[in-house]
Ligand binder design. Structure first.
Ligand code: TRP
Length: 337
């Protein structure tokens, strides 16, 4: 008989830069929705993942707190969900070590994110960047999480998590770790760069004009949307008409996601309009939806002690779940205690 696991959601975001519209629409907004469903929800600022590439310590601290403020301002309730930063829960790294002995070199060698991030500079990448997916598997499995909402680019890492769980269970003859399901975001919530519709909107893009930051004010949002790359054609009246128009599609996707409607519904209203008319509509909508969040974020960022207290309390609650799982793992592996 397969073990029944409690439906439990885990996901993480790296505090490696400011929070963008891409993080909000692609991740946090979905995390809020799952909080309302019949799951236990655990959301983590993965600071130990962030340092697999260089982070200035001051920036890392600021970005971790800003991310926490962003979660809360967007609707994550730190009472209902467990909200914390990874480094305060040592069970993650302890389980990651065990998983370093389970995962095979060949598995990690196939990870496309490592290849992309290391690029030609493989020999000079940190060992942590290579081992990153084993820590991610530990993040998930130290809570026996059953569901992980992630972007498409993280699907391979969740599959690796499943492989690690299955190999551990098989090698030790147990049915201890769940085989976690990835919950992949739809294309509609994948927000692309405002300068290049083939690239994901990213906090690490050198051009600030490529992204909307959750801390941008109304003028900055409007300017970035006005300058966003598009093509010269009018908007189509059906989604099909956006097929080979990555930048146009991105702006319509953003509109639909902010408006909680669908691309087809949006196009029913705006089909035939020029971008010169659509962009101000999008800017108004973005400002209306984002300014309450950025306002609340700014307020929270002024209450640093409050944020740190929330993170400490979240870490305490996280450890209550993680510690027994790690203890049992050590027992299974044969560690004397
Ligand atoms: N690798 C993820 C990203 O960069 C972040 C992450 C770390 C994560 N651990 C996780 C996501 C566990 C989901 C579950 O987006």
């Amino acid at each position: 008989m397969a073990t029944e696991f409690t439906p439990r959601v885990f996901s993480g975001i790296q505090p490696s830069g400011g929070l963008t519209l891409g993080n909000y629409l692609g991740a946090i907004k979905r995390f809020v929705d799952m909080q309302a469903a019949e799951f236990e929800t655990i959301y983590c600022m993965v600071d130990l993942h962030a340092i697999t590439v260089w982070q200035d310590p001051g920036d890392l601290r600021k970005n971790t707190r800003e991310l926490c403020a962003g979660f809360i301002a967007s609707g994550i309730d730190p009472e209902q969900s467990i909200l914390f930063n990874q480094s305060q829960v040592p069970e993650h790294t302890q389980l990651a070590w065990i998983f370093n002995t389970v995962a095979r070199m060949g598995w990690l060698n196939r990870m496309t994110q490592f290849k992309d991030k290391a690029g030609k500079n493989r020999e000079n990448s940190s060992v942590g960047l290579f081992a990153y997916p084993a820590l991610m598997a530990a993040d998930i499995l130290v809570y026996h999480a059953t569901h992980v909402p992630v972007g498409d680019d993280q699907k391979q890492h969740v599959e690796l998590t499943r492989d690690i769980a299955a190999k551990f269970n098989h090698d030790y003859g147990v049915d201890f770790f769940p085989i976690t399901e990835p919950v992949i975001e739809g294309a509609a919530t994948r927000v692309m760069s405002l300068r290049d519709g083939s690239k994901k909107m990213s906090k690490s893009d050198p051009s600030d004009m490529s992204r909307i930051n959750m801390t941008d004010d109304a003028d900055a949002i409007a300017q970035k949307i006005r300058k966003a790359r598009t093509d010269p054609d009018a908007l189509p009246s059906e989604a099909d008409g956006l097929k080979d128009r990555a930048e146009a599609r991105n702006l319509v996707n953003i509109y639909a996601a902010l408006d909680d409607s669908t691309v087809d519904q949006v196009l029913t209203d705006v089909g035939g309009k020029q971008f010169s008319e659509f962009k101000p509509m999008l800017a108004d909508l973005a400002v209306a939806k984002l300014s309450p969040i950025s306002g609340e974020m700014a307020r929270l960022m002024g209450e640093q002690a409050e944020i740190d207290k929330i993170l400490a309390r979240g870490a305490e609650r996280a450890r209550e779940v993680a510690a027994p799982v790690l203890k049992k793992t050590y027992e299974i592996v044969g560690m004397v205690s």
